[in-house]
Ligand binder design. Structure first.
Ligand code: IPE
Ligand code: IPE
Ligand code: MG
Length: 255
């Protein structure tokens, strides 16, 4: 059966690929450590297998017609982990960018990195800049990597930038509104996530896209991130398509 036929099967709520599917899916990739512990493996192995799950998710997102995929890779609070694990996670990011950048580019994928660059080593900053610059004009899926990212820190950064403009006399405080604040976030130009998926059964946001998720749909699934695959992704999109978003208005389904 072709992918297309599978998508329009009766059990799939989205009418067809690209129609009704969310424009932007953001994923809190959680459970690498528990995936490894369950198998008696070191946590690193869970993180390594987690990178493979990212590759699968990128492929699925493209096939499903999703335009933006954000993956939460390292939070501003993940520095609290043991130094060895932090170093492993930094190493995996470097390896991912070095190894996958050419292929992402060949697949017309645009890479955006959100999060604080300060505090990262210069080799990582250079790699992240290279990934963004190389793929800047690509027109396919936008892969947003949230690295050293914290939603609250991002809002503080935007507020600080606005305050600097007020101090410089170039901004009237009365003209600060949601649109202007948004333009000062790392995610400027990226539509808000329609759907946020968190794996591993935890039901919290952990400082992810605090501003942008004001009206996002949330889906918490029990699977650990390294097990995330195309079938799980499609089931999540199917669940999204069954939801009704109201944005404060009234139900379109009510008579
Ligand atoms: C997600 O898996 C990866 C990162 C947070 C970097 P975890 O490492 O949080 O795995 P668990 O939650 O301990 O199982
Ligand atoms: C959230 O997962 C951060 C990432 C997935 C990168 P954590 O495992 O760090 O979240 P908490 O600490 O359980 O809330
Ligand atoms: Mg976790």
């Amino acid at each position: 059966m072709s992918g297309e036929a599978k998508l329009s099967a009766p059990e799939f709520a989205c009418p067809s690929a690209g129609e009704g599917v969310p424009t932007h899916v953001a994923i809190i990739m959680d459970g690498n450590g528990r995936w490894a512990a369950k198998r008696g493996l070191p946590r690193f192995e869970g993180h390594r297998r987690g990178v493979e799950a990212i590759r699968r998710a990128v492929r699925s997102a493209g096939e499903l017609g999703i335009r933006y995929l954000t993956v939460y890779s390292f939070s501003a609070e993940n520095w609290r982990r043991p130094a060895q694990e932090v170093s492993d996670l930094m190493g995996l990011l470097k390896r991912f960018v070095r190894h996958d950048l050419a292929e992402l580019h060949a697949n017309n994928i645009r890479v955006r990195i959100i999060g604080e660059r300060q505090g990262l080593t210069s080799d990582i900053v250079l790699l992240l800049d290279e990934a963004e610059n190389l793929t800047r004009h690509n027109t396919g899926l936008t892969l947003v990597i949230a690295f050293n990212y914290g939603g609250r820190q991002e809002i503080v950064g935007a507020v600080r930038a606005l305050a600097e403009k007020v101090r410089a006399g170039t901004l009237d405080p009365a003209s600060i509104d949601c649109d202007l604040l948004e333009q000062h976030l790392d995610t400027h130009g990226i539509p808000d996530p329609d759907l946020v998926i968190r794996t591993s059964g935890e039901q919290r946001v952990s400082n992810f896209l605090t501003w942008q998720t004001a009206y996002s749909e949330f889906l918490f699934i029990p699977d650990f991130w390294p097990d995330f695959d195309d079938a799980i992704f499609r089931a999540a999109i199917d669940e999204y398509c069954r939801r009704e978003r109201r944005f404060g208005g009234l139900s379109a389904r009510a008579g």
